[in-house]
Each structure stands twice: as structure tokens, then as C-alpha cells.
Design a protein around this ligand. Sequence first.
Ligand code: G6P
Length: 367
Amino acid sequence: EAAEKAGFEHFMMKEIHEQPKAIRDTINSVVRDGKIDLSGVGITEEEIQKLQQIYIVACGSAYHVGVAAQYVIEELAQIPVRVELASEFRYRRMLFAPNSLVIIVSQSGETADSLAALREAKAHGVKTLAIVNVVGSTIAREADHVFYTLAGPEIAVATTKAYSTQLIASYILSIEFARVRGMIDEDRAAELIAELQTIPDKIEKLLEDKERIQWFAAKQMNAQNMFFIGRGIDYAVSLEGSLKMKEISYIHSEAYAAGELKHGTISLIEPGTLVIGVLTQQDLYEKTVSNMVECKSRGAYLMALTTYGNYSIEDCAEFVIYIPKTDPLFAASLAVIPLQLMGYYVSVAKGLDVDKPRNLAKSVTVE
Ligand code: G6P
């Protein structure tokens, strides 16, 4: 097993470091000469043109990919998107709009609820597209179209590289849907693809700075509660950062859309409670800062995760992590990295079983 960890102490850390390669491989599988080619996925331009509604259905981290993808698809391709938890979706009355597409996101391709949702959609005559990591898995076999993420085998229960490649797959679909439907021109599509190709290097840069996160994370090991807040895509990142934290560190943590704070979470803020603000979306920056200040005035201890250049955040936050600039639509891919590391290092500091957290399974094949 030591050999399989390639010198890392845990599979999770190994897999965190495999993200640049996993992303490069996933991009290269569908981008040729700077252009997206979905012929391997199987969805045609005619199908894309007809789309009127998209449902993204998944569980766990894959669901969080859907929350981020919703913003990206609606912004670029301007197709309405609904994001659904598979365990809820499968038991609801399904009122599909005509020309709908159901996108199932799943690392294993075996999650019981996601598979059941896929089958329900097919039974209603709706086209399905699966974003799946495991080749030949049940969801991959049964979906009409398959976009394989090339993350390779993922061993740690807490997903990192599969999540990151699922995000990339969703960006690629967004760009191509937008181009085919005439919402963006060829130049803009090429620009976005070129930006996507810079993400692996930017992740490598973030990984160089991990000791600083380790130092901060170790100080949080006795925390009872943590809150992650953000707006838009930063809310989607907060959901994933919070899940990473709670699943492997056993610290209660919640993600809240920053504007919802006043409707609940703020009553839980006590002196010293850690609040992590995610602020990569420039148009929402000031709004989230003001929510962070509200927490601070109730005693919260603030960490911020923002883009280089937003140095004014240091006026309120005690600890700041900067991420490289990218197109704001792709910022989740960078912002999630320090949060994966945070969860990892808190878990290590507490001496927990990072790769196999209690009560959790890698693949949930029962309801
Ligand atoms: C489990 C895993 C999660 C994963 C979820 C969905 O809970 O621990 O990491 O996000 O299942 O799994 P899937 O294989 O469908 O992506």
C-alpha cells in the first residue's frame, strides 16, 4: 500500500496532487486543436440546439459540482438548469419540460440513488448524459451519452480529483452548448478553452503553498463549529469545502449562502467561531465582505479565500488565502484546492483516519 501512495502519507494527499494531471487528461480527451469535440460523448449539435431544460442529478460532492455547473451553464449557454439531489429527485413527480436533458454526475457510476434517477428519467423518455469516472460502470452503460472524467482510480473516501474533473467536464459542456446555440462566438469559445488549459498550472502553484494552510489548519483542530459562506459559485465552493471538513475532521460545519446568514446561521456565531468566506466572484465581493463583517462583529474569527488583488480583505479577515486569477466562471476549480487541504490537515492534526472516515463509504450502492 505504501508503494501505491507514491510517497504520500495518505491517498487523499496523493489524489489532491494528481488533480493537475487528471484535469489535463480530461481536457485533452475532448479538446483537439483548441476546439471541443464531443463526438466521443455522443451528444449531437442538433440535440444541443433543441435543449430547453437541463436537470443535473447527483449525490454528495457530485451534487456540489451540479450547484457550480448551474451557474456556468445558465451564464454561458443560457439554458435553464435545475440541480437535484438524486435521492429526492427519484421520488418526486417528474414534470419534465419538452426537450429536457438529465445530466447524472457520479464518480463511481454505481450510486444507487443516482442510478435510480437515471432510470426514472429514461422511463419518462428523457435523454440522459452521464459524467462518470469509472469506465463500464452501470450508470455509464445505461446513460444515452457518457462524458468520462479521466481522474483514474480514486481510493480516498473524500473525493478530490474526481470532483475536480467533474467540474471541468461541466465547463466543457457549458462552453460547447453555448457555442452551438450561438450564445458565444468561436473566439470567445477558444478564449475560454485556453483559460481552462491554464487551470492545472494554477493548481500546481496553489499546492506549493500548502505548508501555510497546514499551519492554520492545525490551529483549528479543537473547533466545535465552522461556517463556510459565499455567493453564487462561491456558495457552491462553500458546500464542498464544508463537506470536506466535516467528513474527515468530524468538526460540525455548515455552508451557507452568505445572504441567508441572517436567516439562521448568525445565531450560532460565538466568540472565536471560525467563519470562512469564499470571495472569488468580483461582482459579489463587497456583499460577502459585509456578511463577514457582520459575523466578526458577533465575535467570529475570519478566514478569507479570495483572488490575488483583493487585498482589502485583510482589513477584516485574520487569515487570507489568495488564489490565482482565472475566468470567474472557473474559479471553483482553484478555490476548492485550499479547502481540500484544510480538511485534510485538520484531520491529520486530530490523528484521524483520513482516507477511511468513520461511517462513510466510497460508493453508496444502497438507498
Ligand atoms: C459517497 C462518497 C462521496 C461522493 C458520493 C457520490 O458519499 O463518499 O465522495 O460524492 O458518494 O458518489 P458518486 O460515486 O456517485 O460520485
